[in-house]
Design a protein around this ligand. Structure first.
Ligand SMILES: [Zn+2]
Length: 400
C-alpha cells in the first residue's frame, strides 16, 4: 500500500472470537514499524452465525450449529479489551471500534460500541448492506431498513463509518446524510464479489461524505487506491438515467483523500497538503506514460496511473519510500519471513475446509430460500438483469 502511494489506511482486522491483546498489538506494532498512518480495529460480533442469515437456522442441522468459532465472551469483556487498546494506541497508529455489522451483534454490544466511541471520540467502522440478503435480514430482524434501525438507536452519528452501503435506499441515504455519517465505497470488492453497484451518485447528490476503500486482500486483491478511484468513476456512471455525471476524476480524487480524512474525523490533520496539517504525501514521476505527454493532471492521475509512477512517500514528514524502496525496513528479510510462514498459513486454511464444505449445501439452501422470500421482492428487481430472459431476474442473483 505504501508503495502505491497510500499514506493512511483503515484496517478492520478479524482475529476470530478470541480476546488476545498481544495478537492485536502485533498488527498495531507492524504498522508502527512500517511508518504508515493506520486506524486499526479488531472486528467483533456476538451472535451465532446461523442467526445472521435469514432461513439458515431452519436449514442447519443441530451438530453444525456448534461451530468452533461460537462466541462465548461477554460484552463487558469486549468493552474492557477495546478500552485497553484504545487507551494504549492513540497516535499515528490508532485503535478504533468495529462491531462487524448491526445484524451480527446483540443490542448490548452495539450500545456499548457507540457509547465507547463517543467517550473516546473515535470512529466506529461497521459493515452495512454490502449484500441484498443483508437488506432482507434487516427487514426480518427489525421490520425496518437497516439504516433506519441504526438511526433510531443512535448508531448513525458523525463517528459512524459505513463500509459498502451498496443496498442503502433513498430513504436511508437521507438519514445517513442528515446524521453526518460517512460511507466507504469499495468498488473493486463489490464487483468481484457480485454484491452490486453502490448508488454513489445518489449519495453524493444527497450530501453524504463518501470515501474510498479497497477492502481486504480476499475481497479485492490489489489494495490499490488507483484501481479504487478509476472504478469509482465507472460505478458512479453505471445506471445513471440523466446526462450529468458527478463522479468525475476530481470527485474520485476527493473521495480518495479529503473524504477519507473526514470519515476518520481527521480532516483538520490529513487529506490535503496544507500548512498546519501532517506532512503525508507522495511524489510521482511525471515522465511515465501515465502522465506524458501532460494534458490534464487529475484525469491522468485517476484514469491512467496504476501506481507505477509513485517514487517517494512521506508520512508525518518521514521519508518512508525513496525512489520506490522502503527506507527503514529490509524488504527482502520481510519477504523471506513471510514465505517461511506461508506453509503454516496454508495448513490453517486447509484445516477450516472440512467444516466449510459441510456448511456449504445448507448456506446454498438458505440462500435459495432468501431469494424466494416474499420480502426479497424489492431487491430482486433492483438487480441488474441485463441478458436474462424476461421474468427470470432472480436467476442472476448468486452472491450472499
Ligand atoms: Zn468489507
Amino acid at each position: 500500500m505504501l508503495r502505491g502511494g497510500i499514506t493512511t489506511i483503515v484496517d478492520d482486522i478479524h482475529f476470530g472470537n478470541i480476546l488476545d491483546q498481544e495478537l492485536v498489538e502485533a498488527a498495531l506494532h507492524a504498522y508502527q514499524d512500517l511508518g504508515i498512518r493506520a486506524e486499526v480495529s479488531a472486528a467483533w460480533s456476538d451472535k451465532p452465525f446461523y442467526e445472521c442469515v435469514p432461513h439458515l437456522k431452519d436449514c442447519l442441522p443441530e451438530e453444525l450449529k456448534q461451530s468452533p468459532n461460537e462466541p462465548q465472551i461477554t460484552v463487558k469483556a469486549v468493552e474492557a479489551f477495546w478500552r485497553s487498546l484504545a487507551t494504549a494506541w492513540d497516535g499515528r497508529v490508532r485503535f478504533i471500534f468495529s462491531p462487524s455489522a448491526p445484524h451480527r451483534c446483540t443490542p448490548q454490544l452495539l450500545e456499548m460500541t457507540w457509547t465507547l466511541a463517543e467517550s473516546f471520540q473515535r470512529p466506529v467502522l461497521v459493515h452495512v448492506l454490502e449484500t441484498r440478503i443483508q437488506a432482507l435480514t434487516a427487514h426480518r430482524l427489525y421490520q425496518m431498513p437497516m439504516a433506519k434501525f441504526m438511526h433510531q438507536r443512535g448508531y448513525m452519528t458523525n463517528n459512524t463509518i459505513i463500509a459498502h452501503g451498496v443496498w442503502l435506499s433513498d430513504e436511508e441515504l437521507e438519514l445517513v446524510a442528515e446524521s453526518g455519517a460517512s460511507v466507504i465505497h469499495n468498488p473493486a470488492c463489490n464487483l468481484k464479489q457480485g454484491s452490486g453497484v453502490a448508488p454513489i451518485t445518489t449519495m453524493i447528490r444527497k450530501g453524504v461524505n463518501v470515501g474510498l476503500g479497497t477492502d481486504n486482500n480476499n475481497g479485492n486483491d490489489t489494495n490499490s487506491m488507483f484501481d479504487a478511484m478509476r472504478l469509482a468513476t465507472f460505478t458512479g456512471a453505471a445506471g445513471l438515467s440523466d446526462a450529468s455525471y458527478p463522479v468525475d476524476s476530481e470527485c474520485a480524487l476527493h473521495m480518495a483523500t479529503r473524504a477519507g480524512a473526514r470519515a476518520l474525523g481527521r480532516e483538520t490533520e490529513i487529506g490535503s497538503i496544507e500548512i498546519g496539517k501532517q506532512a503525508d504525501f507522495s511524489l510521482l514521476d511525471l515522465s511515465t506514460s501515465a502522465f506524458f505527454p501532460m494534458n490534464d493532471v487529475t484525469n491522468q492521475f485517476v484514469f491512467c496511473e496504476q501506481g507505477q509512477s509513485v517514487k517517494d512517500v512521506f508520512v508525518a514528514g518521514r521519508h518512508l519510500i525513496q525512489d520506490g524502496h522502503l527506507t527503514h525496513l529490509d524488504e527482502a528479510d520481510l519477504m523471506e519471513e513471510l514465505a517461511q510462514r506461508m506453509p503454516a498459513m496454508i495448513r490453517k486454511i486447509e484445516g477450516g475446509r472440512p467444516f466449510a464444505e459441510r456448511l456449504h449445501p445448507f448456506l446454498v439452501e438458505a440462500y435459495e430460500r432468501c431469494v424466494d422470500d416474499p420480502w426479497m421482492k424489492p431487491w430482486v428487481h433492483a438487480h441488474n438483469s441485463l441478458g436474462l430472459p424476461p421474468g427470470s431476474a432472480s436467476d442472476g442473483i448468486r452472491k450472499v
